[in-house]
Ligand binder design. Sequence first.
Ligand code: NAX
Ligand code: ADP
Ligand code: K
Length: 498
Amino acid sequence: MFDWPQIQTTAQMRATESAAMASGAVSGVQLMQRAGMAVAGQIRLRWPKPGRATVLCGPGNNGGDGYVIARHLHRAGWAVRVLGLDNTPGPDADAMKRDWRALGPIRPLTPQQMSAECDLVVDALFGTGLTRAPDGDIARILGWLQGHPSLPVVAVDCPSGLCMDSGRPLHAAAPRCQLTVAFDSLKPGHLLAQGPRLCGRLVIEDIGIAPWRDASTLHRATLHPGLNKVLGKQPDSHKYGSGHALIVAGGRGKGGAAQLAAQAALRIGAGLVTICPPDAALPEHAGAPWALMRQSIDDAADLSQTLADPRISAICLGPGCGVDRAAQLLPPLLASGRACVLDADALTALSEHPRALHANCVLTPHMGEFARLFPDLAQALNTPAKTGPALSKLHITRQAAARCGATVLLKGADTVMAAPDGQAAIHSAFDTPFLATAGAGDVLSGLIAGLLARGQTPVAAAALAATLHSAAARHIGPGLIADDIPQAIPRILRDLNV
Ligand SMILES: NC(=O)C1=CN([C@@H]2O[C@H](COP(=O)(O)OP(=O)(O)OC[C@H]3O[C@@H](n4cnc5c(N)ncnc54)[C@H](O)[C@@H]3O)[C@@H](O)[C@H]2O)[C@@H](O)CC1
Ligand SMILES: Nc1ncnc2c1ncn2[C@@H]1O[C@H](COP(=O)(O)OP(=O)(O)O)[C@@H](O)[C@H]1O
Ligand SMILES: [K+]
């Protein structure tokens, strides 16, 4: 999708590594050498003056990476203390362990060996192989790290204890790291739930296995220069070439939410946007923006008649609409098969009166609305994670989309969108908490409606909208009110050279 970075699950990552090794192009030891060297390189880049490092090496290949890192830091003049297990790991990690032993001792992996007299801790305890909560001495070491929050921790692949498929810690003391260096591709857990907070700064290092990647149906939705082609218009374009979005508004005194959505649809470049309140509320929409057209829709028959115009290419139903009105308008809207965004009151109406959806619908619930629509899935996510891979927001969004036959965008600081065919994207925006403000969701719905009107597929429209929405929020900063977001869209488009 739009050349966005691929995200691989841990199972896909293992398959990619196996395929690379099976091809004969690279061995396991070489991959481990590349991984360890990449982490050591990132450390030296950020801590150019050699200091004192404690490298914590776990039982498997993540630990193997740790021994490689220890060797490179030692060579670069660091004073390195290695803590490891008295075990025989797999052959690759074992070879790396032996290489380290030629340079220095391996101390017991116990909390008693931990010392605050160090400048950096390298966490090479567990990576993609984590299947259950760390216990015993390793758990106590994690607890020790938690008690020393000012000690910088660099995570190899991920903070140990974090489930890389879900972003959910399997252990309460998964370390909060300053830097995480992961290999080849992002994993869902880097972007979801607690992942972004625990990973700190995230760097993905190429270890030369991209050609063997499993074709991923999961992407990270993020701003990148190539989006100018997606969002740009041709010199000879005509307004109807960019579609006509219809935004259904609610009754008297309830029109603000639909106004926010309508302004967002205009700003993102829908050719025409019409706001449709009931006749009695029409006077409330008489003012600016003058680019916005107005037309009353009182009931289902009015909507059917309006939708007879084939140029209407997307509809937004829900923001400020009122549950009864949404319930009344849903049947003709869904019967039209037209691309639509169903948000807010339309989602409540759907949870009260379930209806068959179709592949051109985008549902935009926050977690509360999602729980009303898919109570079993929401409850499953609320169950504490004990084993990996743990159930994630990605899993439940994909399941919801497959079940209802529509694209589902599940909002939050981590926003996940999934289509019924499994195509999915994650947009992580943990740096814009000020988006949690009234009306921000209405703007998001309007952006999706505008992009649908312009012909984007439902999942692409949802992912692009989430990306532009948080980019606009980031540009505005704290103090943001929802009204600011549509106004900031031109600036974001200009920065993208659209
Ligand atoms: N496979 C490869 O070729 C490469 C792997 N790399 C590294 O290898 C890591 C994956 O290695 P592994 O698959 O060995 O897994 P880990 O090193 O993450 O875990 C080691 C083993 O510990 C066991 N385990 C899981 N949870 C446990 C718990 N709570 N307590 C005790 N033991 C537990 C599991 O059997 C697992 O295999 C990656 O994260 C990455 O750091 C990199 O070196 C790149 C190349
Ligand atoms: N903590 C947060 N960090 C970043 N974005 C957030 C956060 N909380 C909510 N958002 C985003 O803000 C918007 C809020 O939408 P919603 O919950 O529907 O609010 P409203 O109904 O008031 O418009 C969504 O796009 C959501 O992804
Ligand atoms: K780790």
